[in-house]
Design a protein around this ligand. Structure first.
Ligand code: KIV
Length: 274
């Protein structure tokens, strides 16, 4: 999808993503967790900003995504929404906030939307959450699905492992994707599956697929922004580092520390006259 000039901002809506798939235009999506980064990505023309539950490990320093709470997701989503003009903001329903029943999912999604202003929610799983998706979408809440390696099930999977290998697992993933589409999702994230399986899912679905570690055949791509920009000390094999923010920040903080210690910062140009 192509972005607009700042004077004519047309917010990205869920139907634009469907149209992009129909036209063969790739959808761009990145995570964002705060206002400053959201503003940069929005102004650069990113179509979808995901307030991912990766907030838990990437920003809050926890070992996995499971610990993050609905209150914490709301807090960060509110900041992203406040800084975003064009992109569609989607926020993850965190682990424990939707699995028990459609009613639990509804209560959590309503809080997320009312208290943060997010336009859509994302949840993980296929047929096992189809009833949740159905209640949300029939109530007017746009839902994005998430299949393949779903981080909230990391411990059930036995670690960060590629999913959907072998004919049975591949068929099961396709059945999950169809169930999500029938329940009304507007798009599906597919994480860490073989590229050929992501291609098959993309071909059978009318709604767009957004890949992460799922090869080049999806209708769009998403990355955790710190992996994309090289801020972490590690990034997964499927993530390309488009910058070395870690190196840049390290250099800046070392120069700052050195200048403060030597007394060369602040200089006269950074000081106020009487
Ligand atoms: O929470 C997240 O960052 C995600 C992406 C990996 C898709 O769900």
């Amino acid at each position: 999808m192509t972005s607009q000039t700042p004077e004519a901002v047309h917010p990205v809506r869920t139907h634009h993503l469907r149209q992009a798939k129909e036209r063969g235009e790739r959808i761009t999506m990145l995570t964002a967790y705060d206002a400053m980064v959201a503003q940069i990505f929005d102004q650069a023309g990113t179509d979808v900003l995901l307030v991912g539950d990766s907030l838990s490990n990437v920003v809050l320093g926890r070992p996995d995504t499971l610990a993050v709470t609905l209150d914490e997701m709301i807090h960060h989503a509110r900041a992203v929404v406040a800084a975003t003009r064009r992109a569609l903001v989607v926020t993850d329903l965190p682990f424990g906030s939707y699995e028990a029943s459609p009613e639990q999912a509804m209560a959590s999604a309503v809080r997320l939307i009312k208290e943060s202003g997010t336009r859509a929610v994302k949840l993980e799983g296929g047929r096992r959450v189809a009833a949740q998706v159905e209640l949300l979408t029939s109530s007017g809440i746009p839902v994005m699905g998430h299949l393949g390696f779903t981080p909230q099930s990391e411990h059930a999977f036995g670690g960060k492992r590629v999913q959907g290998r072998g004919p049975e697992a591949a068929d099961a993933l396709c059945d999950d994707a169809m169930a999500l589409q029938e329940a009304g999702v507007f798009a599906v994230v597919i994480e860490m599956v073989p590229a050929s399986l992501a291609q098959r899912v993309t071909e059978i679905l009318d709604v767009p697929t957004i890949g992460i570690g799922a090869g080049p055949y999806c209708d769009g791509q998403v990355l955790v922004w710190q992996d994309m920009a090289g801020l972490g000390d590690w990034s997964p094999r499927f993530a390309k580092r488009y910058a070395d923010l870690r190196g840049a920040l390290d250099g800046a903080v070392r120069r700052y520390t050195d200048e403060v210690r030597r007394g060369t910062f602040p200089g006269p140009e950074h000081s106020f006259a009487e």
